[in-house]
Design a protein around this ligand. Structure first.
Ligand code: ATP
Length: 452
């Protein structure tokens, strides 16, 4: 059966339930910019936490870093971004719109949206010109004496320029890695597909420094590891693939790159890139700064410039893939239901506590007490507004794996029902054991019930 999800349905759910809002909406919105509401923040935080766990907490060869958004402008000259971080753009003299010259086949003509730019007799495209994607800013109060600077377009360079600091303090011998999560900014011209491509986004990048002779094997290793991470958090195999770049497609720094792609409603698109950056960055910064960025063995005096394998993922884009993959619709007892079948480790809220009859003092106070107990352990929600069916549907739409309901029987025998989001099975469990029961369930292996 084809997936029920479309980009429109997802955008509408994300907005309705407060995951993602268009940015600056009261001023008419700002293209390719979005703001994240409560559940969006919780989901995004969970994506980042699962990445950090896999990169840093579960391993002992990778350390964390948080570098500045604004670095010395010479960093971007040395890295090649000032001269090479460009997209080829064309302008249409007729409709006055600007397009990525290499994406014309996916874009809509400004005058006739059913056609691609350049396809109608009215289209009048200029020759492609290179357009730098970095946002410029100025440091210092005075216009004349200020320093031109950039908002970082990737987090990776902050890692390379800190290589010496980290390598010395972490006392690691290659292979070892430095991981960073942080905002990046790109003056993207291609209009985004929701949060797939935005002006401002968060990256999760890890630079893995290896002896040059081992680069090939570590590159293969990281492609597999990263693929495994998406699978681990529930993405269906049928919607994941690896695509290696042809030689003409490679970035200026890369000798091999593979994209992990996801089958979004807009088609197969990049989720994450894994690149073999060789010694390009450490050499470039060594030459430009005069500081030797290399690994030196203090005992033997052996020294070499490590090669770098880089898995670079987007937080927002991963979040979009997790949402798309989780979105499901079904008919239950002749009523349609929309549900986000998110992995419990990603779900923004883990458990909801619902008094069946909110007017009942006894039920409310029992439900409150249970909620207070649960929220100390996990993100929990107390909901007493509206019909029980509507409250369940609301929790289904934000992807809450479990709902505990306090009803008449609770008042008699101290049991509550636990409803499973995916199977809709309801069981009765003791209120005393509810916390441990929920925690155990949340820790169990989970596999999406959605078919491929
Ligand atoms: P694309 O080809 O889609 O422009 P890229 O190859 O330039 O992406 P990288 O520089 O490899 O992207 O960045 C690593 C990751 O950062 C991407 O795989 C993606 O998940 C994320 N990313 C890059 N640009 C954006 C953007 N404008 N908005 C949201 N996420 C982005």
């Amino acid at each position: 059966m084809p997936d029920a999800v479309t980009m429109d349905k997802l955008v509408s759910l994300a907005r309705r339930r407060g995951f993602v809002f268009p940015s600056s909406e009261i001023y008419g919105g700002l293209g390719s910019s979005y703001d994240y509401g409560h559940y969006g923040v919780l989901l995004k935080e969970n994506v980042k936490a699962r990445w950090l766990e896999a990169m840093v907490r579960e391993r002992d060869d990778i350390v964390a870093l948080d570098s500045s958004v604004i670095l010395h402008p010479r960093v971007w000259e040395a890295s090649g971004h000032v001269s090479g971080f460009t997209d080829p753009l064309v302008d249409c003299r007729h409709c006055k719109l600007r397009f990525r010259a290499d994406h014309l086949g996916e874009l809509e003509c400004g005058a006739r949206p059913s056609k691609h730019p350049g396809e109608t007799e009215l289209c009048d495209l200029t020759e492609p010109r290179q357009f730098n994607l970095m946002f410029q800013t100025r440091i210092g109060a005075l216009e004349e004496s200020g320093l031109d600077a950039y908002l970082r377009p990737e987090t990776a360079q902050g890692i390379f320029v800190n290589f010496k600091n980290v390598a010395q303090i972490a006392r690691r011998k290659p292979p070892f890695g430095i991981a960073q999560i942080g905002k990046a900014f790109r003056n993207e011209i291609t209009p985004g597909n929701f949060i797939f491509r935005t002006l401002e986004f968060e990256q999760m990048e890890m630079e893995y420094f290896v002896p040059p002779a081992e680069a090939g094997q570590w590159y293969e290793y990281w492609v597999e590891q990263r693929l495994g991470w998406y699978r681990r958090y529930g993405i269906r195999d049928s919607h994941l693939r690896v695509r290696s770049h042809e030689s003409g497609e490679l970035s200026h720094y890369s000798s091999a790159t593979s994209d992990i792609e996801y089958l979004f409603p807009i088609g197969w698109s990049e989720l994450e890139g894994i690149a073999n950056r060789g010694e390009y960055d450490l050499r470039a910064h060594t030459e430009a700064s005069g500081t030797r960025l290399e690994w030196v063995d203090s005992a033997s005096g052996e020294r070499f410039v490590p090669y770098v394998i880089e898995p670079a993922a987007g937080v927002n884009r991963s979040m979009l893939a997790f949402l798309v993959d989780a979105y499901d619709e079904e008919v239950v007892a002749e009523r349609p239901r929309t549900v986000l079948r998110l992995h419990p480790a990603l779900a923004p809220v883990k458990v909801a506590v619902l008094p069946l009859i909110p007017r009942s003092e006894d039920m409310s106070s029992k439900a409150r007490a249970l909620y207070e107990e649960l929220r100390r352990a996990v993100v929990a929600e107390y909901d007493d507004s509206g019909q029980i069916g509507r409250r369940y549907r609301r929790q289904d739409e934000i992807g809450t794996p479990y709902a505990l309901t306090i009803d008449e029987q609770t008042l008699e025998d101290e049991t509550v029902t636990i409803r499973d989001r995916d199977s809709l099975v309801q069981e009765r469990i003791s209120i005393q054991g509810a916390r441990a029961f929920v925690l155990d369930r949340l820790a169990e292996d989970w596999k999406t019930p959605k078919s491929d």
